[in-house]
Design a protein around this ligand. Structure first.
Ligand SMILES: Cc1ncc(C[n+]2csc(CCOP(=O)(O)OP(=O)(O)O)c2C)c(N)n1
Length: 332
C-alpha cells in the first residue's frame, strides 16, 4: 500500500490538530456548564481516527459511538455545525436534538452515533448490506471501543457481516479501558483482533498512534471490501488522555497509573506526526506553525458560529423523529 502523497499527509496533520483543538474547546465549554448531558473526548486518539477516516472516499459511510466528535472531523466535516449541535443549537448537524453523543453528518457520510455501547456495529452491517444490495462499491467503516467488543452486538454483527460478506471494516479503538474497567481484566484474549478468527475474517493489530500505519491497514481493508472480499477487523492500540467522560466523577477513582498515561503521552500522535513531516521534508517548522494558527482560527470561528446561533424552536421538538406519523401523536 503506497504512502499518501505529501498534500494528503499535511491534511492528515490538519485534521488531527482540528480534533485536538475541537475537543479541548468542548472540554472548556463543559467545564463552564455550557453543554447539556455529558461529553466523551478522544484527545490522544487522533491518529487512529484520522488515519482510518482518510482511507475512505467521501461517499463511503461511517458509524461512530459515544466518543465520536472526531470521527466526522476526520472525514472532513465542518466544525461550526458540529459544535453548534453539541451546544444544542438549531444550526447543529441534527438541529440541536442529538447533542454530543448523537452527531450525524450525512454530508461526509457520517450516519451517526449512539450512546448504547456496541449498537453501532449492527447499524454498520446494515449500511454495508444496503450498499451491496444497491450494487454500489461503497464501504462502511465502523468505529467502536474495546468495551463494545464484549457486547453481544459485536459478535452478532461480525457473524452476519461474515456470513453475508458485506463491505464493512470494523475498527476497534482499543484505548485499554471501558469507563474504568481495564480490557485485560475482562477478557482472557489479550487482543480484540484475535476474535476475527472466530468469524472467519481477517483480523490485525495496528499502532493507533501512527496515523500512516492505521491509514495503510484501513486502506487495504477498504479496498478488499470494495472488491468483494467482505468484512475485516482492525484493532488500533491507542489511549485516551482524559477520563471516560468529563466531570469530577473519575478523578477520585484510581483505575490507572499516572506513569501509564505519561508513557502514552510520550508517544503523542501530534508531535510524532509533526516530526515525521519535518524529517521527510514535507513540512518545515514555519509551515507547521501556520497550520497551528489556521486551526486555532478555524475553531474560534466555529465557536463564534455556535454561540451566535439560535436555540431550536420548541415546536420543532418532534419533527423528524418518525418517518411515518403516528396516529394521535402531535408531530408539530
Ligand atoms: C449497552 C450499554 N452498556 C453500558 C453503558 C455504559 N457505558 C457507556 S460508555 C461505556 C464504556 C465503553 O467502552 P469502550 O467501548 O471501550 O469505548 P471507550 O469509552 O473506551 O471509547 C459504558 C460501559 C452503555 N452506555 N450502554
Amino acid at each position: 500500500m503506497s504512502t499518501p502523497d505529501p498534500a494528503t499527509q499535511l491534511e492528515m496533520y490538519r485534521r488531527m490538530l482540528r480534533i485536538r483543538r475541537f475537543d479541548e474547546t468542548v472540554k472548556t465549554l463543559f467545564g463552564r456548564g455550557r453543554i447539556p448531558g455529558s461529553v466523551h473526548l478522544s484527545i490522544g486518539q487522533e491518529a487512529e481516527v484520522v488515519g482510518a477516516c482518510m482511507a475512505l472516499r467521501t461517499d463511503d459511510t461511517m458509524v461512530g459511538n459515544h466518543r465520536s466528535h472526531g470521527h466526522p472531523i476526520g472525514k472532513g466535516a465542518a466544525l461550526g455545525p458540529l459544535l453548534a449541535e453539541i451546544l444544542g443549537k438549531a444550526t447543529g448537524v441534527n438541529g440541536g436534538k442529538g447533542g454530543s453523543m448523537h452527531l450525524a453528518d450525512f454530508s461526509v457520510g457520517s450516519l451517526g452515533e449512539s450512546s448504547i455501547v456496541g449498537s453501532g456495529l449492527p447499524v454498520a452491517v446494515g449500511a454495508a448490506l444496503g450498499a451491496k444490495m444497491q450494487g454500489s462499491d461503497r464501504v462502511c467503516l465502523c468505529f467502536f471501543g474495546d468495551g463494545a467488543s464484549n457486547e453481544g452486538y459485536f459478535h452478532e454483527a461480525l457473524n452476519m457481516a461474515s456470513a453475508w460478506q458485506v463491505p464493512v471494516v470494523f475498527l476497534c479503538e482499543n484505548n485499554g479501558y471501558g469507563v474504568t474497567t481495564a480490557f485485560s481484566s475482562i477478557s482472557r484474549v489479550p487482543d480484540v483482533a484475535a476474535r476475527a478468527a472466530a468469524y472467519g475474517i481477517p483480523g490485525q493489530i495496528v499502532d493507533g498512534q501512527d496515523a500512516l500505519a492505521v491509514h495503510a491497514a484501513v486502506a487495504q481493508a477498504v479496498q478488499g471490501a470494495r472488491d468483494g472480499a467482505g468484512p475485516s477487523l482492525i484493532e488500533a492500540k491507542t489511549y485516551r488522555y482524559p477520563h471516560h467522560s468529563e466531570g469530577p466523577l473519575y478523578d477520585a477513582i484510581a483505575y490507572r497509573d499516572a506513569s501509564e498515561l505519561a508513557a502514552w503521552q510520550a508517544r503523542d500522535p501530534l508531535p510524532l506526526f509533526a516530526r515525521h513531516l519535518e524529517d521527510t521534508g514535507i513540512a518545515d517548522t514555519a509551515t507547521l506553525t501556520s497550520i497551528e494558527h489556521a486551526i486555532t482560527a478555524e475553531v474560534a470561528a466555529a465557536l463564534e458560529f455556535a454561540e451566535q446561533s439560535p436555540w431550536p424552536d420548541p415546536a420543532e421538538a418532534h419533527r423528524g423523529l418518525y418517518r411515518t406519523p403516528i396516529a394521535g401523536f402531535d408531530h408539530a
